[in-house]
Design a protein around this ligand. Structure first.
Ligand code: DC
Length: 231
């Protein structure tokens, strides 16, 4: 299933720097990128648009199965298309994150997205960003990173990110949201947010994005995952 193609899993809570690290690695190594959080965000968004209740597991799972989503990498990042609609900004809002966390707690929704995610493991390799990449989706991956940071540091990073997107939010509210979402992601019965047993845990609270990327590249190199072309 996944064994022939190398996969680097980047799991961890919201705001730990997974997206930045994953995009850096994918572009530095010229590997494919799976932003699994965006998939859950698109499912939540599609349900809202279609007036599907986010706790109607059968209907939400049906939306997840039928999802016509495309990720288009570009100079300013990845554009996310839902059918012919650009939903990039819509899914990245705080409300989009809350909706994603709710639909992600439904086992049949997770099952509906499993194969879609595994199919993205293609040569020369895949960087898989999420919560359960190392525990469920790619259990045989040769390198699993669990990237974490204090809730305060994560709230502050998110605060600056949202400010950059023109969304005004309070830092205290963000911290509450992050703690609430962590609790839901960690406590859910299916695929809870926990490091895989063989994951390398990196705490990015006091590390720069470059320092984190360098540490992961060294780990990948130590496991012979970097071909000559990608070094
Ligand atoms: O990484 P993100 O903030 O875009 O994720 C949005 C939500 O989706 C988050 O609350 C957790 C959930 N998620 C998940 O349950 N499993 C994944 N592999 C990725 C995200």
């Amino acid at each position: 299933m996944t064994s022939a193609v190398p996969v680097i899993c980047v799991d961890g809570p919201s705001g730990a720097g997974k997206g930045t690290l994953s995009q850096h690695l994918a572009s530095a190594l010229s590997w494919h990128l799976l932003d699994s959080g965006a998939l859950y965000r698109v499912v939540g968004y599609a349900c809202r648009q279609a007036n599907v209740a986010l706790d109607d597991e059968t209907a939400v799972a049906q939306m997840a199965r039928a999802l016509n989503v495309e990720f288009q990498p570009g100079e300013k990042g990845v554009t996310v298309w839902l059918s012919a609609q650009d939903v990039t900004a819509g899914i990245r809002s705080e409300a989009g994150g809350r909706d994603a966390s709710r639909v992600a707690a439904l086992p049949r929704v997770r099952a509906a997205l499993l194969l879609r995610q595994q199919e993205l493991a293609r040569t020369p390799g895949l960087i898989a960003d999420g919560r359960d990449m190392g525990t469920v989706v790619f259990p045989d991956a040769p390198l699993k990173i669990f990237l974490t940071a204090s809730a305060e540091a994560r709230a502050e990073r998110r605060f600056h990110q949202l400010q950059g997107m023109g969304e005004s939010v309070s830092l205290a509210r963000l911290l509450d949201d992050i703690q609430e979402r962590d609790a839901r992601d960690e406590a859910r019965a299916v695929s809870p947010l926990v490091p895989a047993e063989d994951a390398v845990v990196i705490d990015s609270t006091t590390l720069s994005a470059d320092e984190v990327a360098q540490a992961v590249r060294e780990l990948a190199d130590g496991r012979n995952l970097l071909s000559d072309a990608s070094e």
